[in-house]
Write a protein that binds this ligand. Structure first.
Ligand SMILES: NC(=O)c1ccc[n+]([C@@H]2O[C@H](COP(=O)([O-])OP(=O)(O)OC[C@H]3O[C@@H](n4cnc5c(N)ncnc54)[C@H](O)[C@@H]3O)[C@@H](O)[C@H]2O)c1
Length: 270
């Protein structure tokens, strides 16, 4: 399609925590297929490299970088290096999301700070690092992956995760308004229940311990469309928002949830 041709994109959290398609991996590949040069940054260099290998195999271009986004200095240095090497950042996609499920009273202040640092503060650090260059070039797009957990209770306690995901949405609304005069857009992608490798590691225990297949069936039944989303369902929304097709869309959020947020289903029909 080539709609992101000549654009430089940075995807923070562009790997996947297990084999298969995570959202950041799919977003990175979708951006590259659309012609962007994609810098895939992840705490886990091998996960970033795996995404880059897929990009290269597809005929795309990019690089893989190891960075822990909770480390302000390392994150700033990573983005400065991209600006120095590429001369610009057109798209900043923030995809990192961590949490601690379970009773909220078990979430310590240290847990809260760890989750906030990775999910929210890092977006601020990254955005303020690339905004001067975006303002100077008169264009840019900043996007982040929030979650349905930032809008609704999801059936089990996930307090710090949900609160930080909610804050992401409003953060980008405010950033969008402040930077609109400079030709910069900012929006949030809000996935519902997505079938990624992560859910086997971090969500399964919150579905009553009945096993992976039962957890997946329960999540599929929760969604009006009768299935969980795929990482590429989310990546399609990200690509649209990153592209000029969304040139009049800023300061808002796009749900990719199979109708989940539109319903208050009774448990027996879920
Ligand atoms: N899977 C779902 O159902 C779902 C639903 C709604 C929202 N989300 C959100 O989508 C995003 C991606 O989820 P996913 O399911 O693809 O999970 P994922 O965990 O596979 O992807 C996140 C990536 O971020 C990286 N990462 C984690 N902490 C980091 C840090 N401190 N610094 C740099 N990189 C770090 C991980 O290594 C991983 O590669 C997350 O923000 C998640 O909260 C997922």
């Amino acid at each position: 399609m080539g709609e992101l041709r000549d654009r430089v994109a940075v995807v923070l959290g562009g790997g996947s925590i297990g084999p298969g398609w995570g959202i950041g991996k799919a977003v990175s590949v979708a951006f590259a297929r659309a012609g962007a040069h994609v810098v895939v940054a992840d705490r886990d260099l091998s996960a970033a490299q795996e995404t880059l290998d897929l990009i290269i195999a597809d005929g795309g271009t990019g690089s893989a970088v190891a960075v822990d986004v909770a480390d302000d200095v390392a994150l700033g240095a990573c983005l400065e290096a991209v600006l120095a090497e590429q001369g610009r950042v057109d798209i900043l996609y923030f995809n990192v999301g961590i949490g601690k499920a379970g009773p909220s009273m078990d979430t310590s202040a240290a847990d809260w700070r760890r989750i906030s640092d990775a999910n929210l503060t890092a977006l601020h650090v990254a955005a303020t690092k690339v905004l001067p260059a975006m303002r100077a070039q008169g264009s840019g797009v900043i996007l982040a992956t929030s979650s349905i957990a930032g809008m609704r209770e999801v059936g089990y306690p996930h307090l710090a995760y949900g609160a930080t995901k909610a804050a992401l949405i409003h953060y980008l609304r405010l950033l969008a308004v402040e930077n609109a005069p400079f030709g910069i857009r900012a929006n949030t992608v809000v996935p519902g229940l997505i079938d990624t490798p992560r859910i086997e590691k971090t969500v399964a225990s919150s579905y009553g311990g009945a096993g992976l297949e039962a957890m997946k069936a329960a999540r599929a039944a929760q969604c009006p469309l009768g299935r969980m989303g795929t990482a590429f369902d989310v990546a399609e929304a990200a690509l649209f928002l990153a592209s000029d097709r969304a040139s009049y869309i800023t300061g808002t959020e796009l749900l990719v949830d199979g109708g989940l947020a539109a319903t208050t289903r009774r448990p027996e029909s879920a």
